[in-house]
Design a protein around this ligand. Structure first.
Ligand code: SAH
Ligand code: SF4
Ligand code: F3S
Length: 477
C-alpha cells in the first residue's frame, strides 16, 4: 500500500470509540498498527480516508447507535466518490464480533468488519479492500461486492503482533494497559463472554515490558485493564504463574510510575493477596471498581454471579481494614427478569450499608443469545425507570457526601486537561474524583498538590499548594 495519497498528503484515520476502557485501549492500538502505513489521526470523519467505529454491544442502545452512524458515513462515502475520492469504513469491536456479516448486509457500504481479537490484521484487510475497490463502485442505488470480514479468534495472539507503545498511547501522563481479556463467568445478562471470548492473561514479562515502554513515553499513571482483571494469572519468566497482586508489586518497582489502578474486578476473584496489596503498595491508588450488580441473593443467583451479598459486604470490610480511605465504586443493573420490589429494596439496603464513592447503574437490557433474554418475567420499562431513578438518587447523594468528606484535605492531583472555563485545569484525585483549579496547560501530565476547597455532585474545586510542588512541576512552571 502507498504511504501517501496521490496528492502527496498523508492518509488520515478517524476512530470513534464506544463502550469500555478496553475499547479505548484497542482504539489506541489500532492507531499504532496503522501508523506505519502512513495513517495519521484525524479529528473528524470529514477529513478522514478511513473511519473506524470501535463498537460496544453491552446494551441494546449502544449497539443500535452504530447503524445510524453507519448511515451517515455511507452518505459521506457516496459524496466522496462523486468527487473522485474515497472513504473506507471499518466496524471493529464487540458489535463486529457479535453481528459479523449482518453488519454488511444491513449497511453494504461497510468495507471491513473486524473483531476485537483480529485487529492486528487491519493492514492485510485494508490491502484486500484496496484490491476490491474497483468491483465496489457504487452505481447510485446498490453497493456491489461485499466488504471483508475477520471475526476469528486467531491462533496467533494479537498482543504479539502489536507494535511497542509510544507517546501516542499516553494521554496527559496516563495510559491504559490491557493485561487480561475475555471472560469465563457467563453472567446471564452479559454478552462479553461471546464477544471477547475465553479468559486470557498476557505473560507477566510482556506486561512489564509494555509498562516500561509507557513510563518511558511519559506515563506516571497506569490503569491495568481486563474484563475480569483480578482473575489475572499470567505466566512469569520462570514458568510460575503471577497473580494480579504479584504483578502490581513488580510494577511498583518501576521508577517514575507514581500511580497504579486496575479495572474491572469481579467479587469472586478478590483474592487475599490482592486485598493485602491495597494496604502495602503506596502507588496503588485507594480506589476500587468492584461491580456487585444487585444486593439481592436471589437475583445474584439468577444472574449467575457466583457470590451473595454477604460475600460482598465481607470484602468491603476487609478492604477497608487494610486501606481505610479506599473509595469504592460499582455497577448496578435494575430490573433483571423477576426482580421484585423486595429484591430491589435489598439493592438499596446494600448501597446504604456499603456507601459508594461513585457508581454506574443501568436498566437491564435484554441481549439476544444470553440466558437472561430467554427468562420469563421480563419487567416493564416503567418499573426499571422508577427503580433506576431511586437508585441513582441514593448513589448521587453518596457521591456528594464522599466528595464533601475530602474538603479541607491537601491531595496530589494528576492534571489531565483544560477545564471548561478559561484558566481552569482539570485533574484526578487519588480517589478518581474530578478536581478543578486555576492554572495553565503546563500542568497537564503532572501530579500537583491541591488543597480541596469545595465539593459538588461530580467534582471538587481546589487551589494549587505552591510551597509543596513535586519537582516535576517546578521544572515545568
Ligand atoms: N466484567 C465486568 C463488567 C463488564 S460490562 C463485571 O463483571 O462487572 C459493564 C457493566 O455493564 C456491567 O457491570 C453491568 O452492570 C452492565 N451490563 C452488562 N450487561 C448488561 C445488560 N444486559 N443490561 C444492562 N446492563 C448491563
Ligand atoms: Fe460480563 Fe459477568 Fe463476565 Fe463481567 S463477569 S464480563 S458481567 S459475564
Ligand atoms: Fe462494550 Fe465490548 Fe466493552 S460489549 S463494554 S466494548 S467488552
Amino acid at each position: 500500500m502507498k504511504n501517501v495519497r496521490t496528492n502527496g498528503q498523508r492518509k488520515r484515520v478517524f476512530i470513534r470509540t464506544y463502550g469500555c476502557q478496553m475499547n479505548v485501549y484497542d482504539s489506541d492500538r489500532m492507531a499504532d498498527v496503522l501508523r506505519p502505513l502512513g495513517y495519521a489521526l484525524s479529528e473528524n470523519p470529514e477529513q478522514a480516508d478511513l473511519v473506524i467505529l470501535n463498537t460496544c454491544h453491552i446494551r441494546e442502545k449502544a449497539s443500535e447507535k452504530v447503524y445510524s452512524e453507519l448511515g451517515r458515513l455511507r452518505d459521506l462515502k457516496v459524496e466522496r466518490r462523486r468527487e473522485g475520492g474515497d472513504l473506507a469504513i471499518a466496524v471493529a469491536g464487540c458489535v463486529a464480533q457479535a453481528e459479523g456479516e449482518e453488519i454488511i448486509r444491513r449497511q453494504p457500504a461497510v468495507d471491513i468488519v473486524v473483531g476485537p481479537q483480529a485487529y492486528h490484521r487491519l493492514p492485510e484487510l485494508l490491502a484486500r479492500v484496496a484490491r476490491k475497490s474497483d468491483e465496489r463502485r457504487f452505481d447510485g442505488r446498490r453497493w456491489p461486492g461485499a466488504g471483508v470480514l475477520d471475526t476469528e479468534f486467531p491462533a496467533e495472539n494479537k498482543f504479539d503482533h502489536l507494535p511497542a507503545p509510544s507517546e501516542a498511547d499516553v494521554r496527559a501522563g496516563s495510559a491504559f494497559l490491557s493485561i487480561q481479556e475475555g471472560c469465563d463467568k457467563f453472567c446471564t445478562f452479559c454478552v462479553v463472554p461471546y464477544t471477547r471470548g475465553a479468559e486470557y492473561s498476557r505473560p507477566a514479562m510482556a506486561v512489564l515490558r509494555e509498562a516500561h515502554a509507557l513510563v518511558a513515553a511519559g506515563a506516571v499513571e497506569l490503569t491495568l485493564l481486563g474484563q475480569n482483571v483480578n482473575a489475572y494469572h499470567g505466566e512469569a519468566a520462570d514458568g510460575s504463574t503471577w497473580t494480579l497482586a504479584r504483578l502490581i508489586r513488580a510494577l511498583a518497582e518501576i521508577d517514575g510510575l507514581a500511580r497504579i489502578r486496575y479495572m474491572t474486578s469481579h467479587p469472586s476473584d478478590m483474592a487475599d493477596d490482592l486485598i493485602a496489596v491495597h494496604g502495602e503498595v503506596p502507588q496503588l491508588m485507594p480506589y476500587l471498581h468492584l461491580p456487585v450488580q444487585s444486593g439481592s441473593d436471589r437475583i445474584l443467583e439468577a444472574m449467575n454471579r457466583g457470590h451473595g451479598r454477604d460475600h460482598y459486604r465481607r470484602l468491603v470490610d476487609r478492604l477497608r481494614g487494610v486501606c481505610p480511605d479506599i473509595a469504592l465504586s460499582s455497577d448496578f443493573i435494575v430490573g433483571f427478569p423477576g426482580e421484585s420490589d423486595a429484591d430491589f429494596e435489598d439493592t438499596m439496603r446494600l448501597v446504604d450499608e456499603v456507601g459508594f464513592a461513585s457508581a454506574f447503574s443501568f436498566k437491564y437490557s435484554r441481549r439476544p443469545g444470553t440466558p437472561g433474554a430467554a427468562l420469563g418475567d421480563q419487567l416493564a420499562d416503567g418499573i426499571k425507570t422508577a427503580r433506576l431513578a431511586a437508585l441513582q438518587s441514593l448513589l448521587g447523594r453518596q457521591q456528594r457526601d464522599f466528595n464533601a468528606s475530602k474538603v479541607g484535605a491537601t491531595v496530589p492531583v494528576l492534571f489531565t486537561e483544560a477545564g471548561r472555563k478559561p484558566g481552569q485545569m482539570l485533574g484526578k484525585s487519588p480517589w478518581l474524583q474530578s478536581v478543578y483549579v486555576e492554572g495553565g496547560a503546563e500542568m497537564i501530565g503532572s501530579i500537583v498538590n491541591v488543597r480541596l476547597l469545595a465539593a459538588y455532585a461530580l467534582s471538587l474545586a481546589g487551589e494549587v499548594v505552591t510551597d509543596q510542588l513535586p519537582s516535576r512541576f517546578e521544572a515545568a512552571a
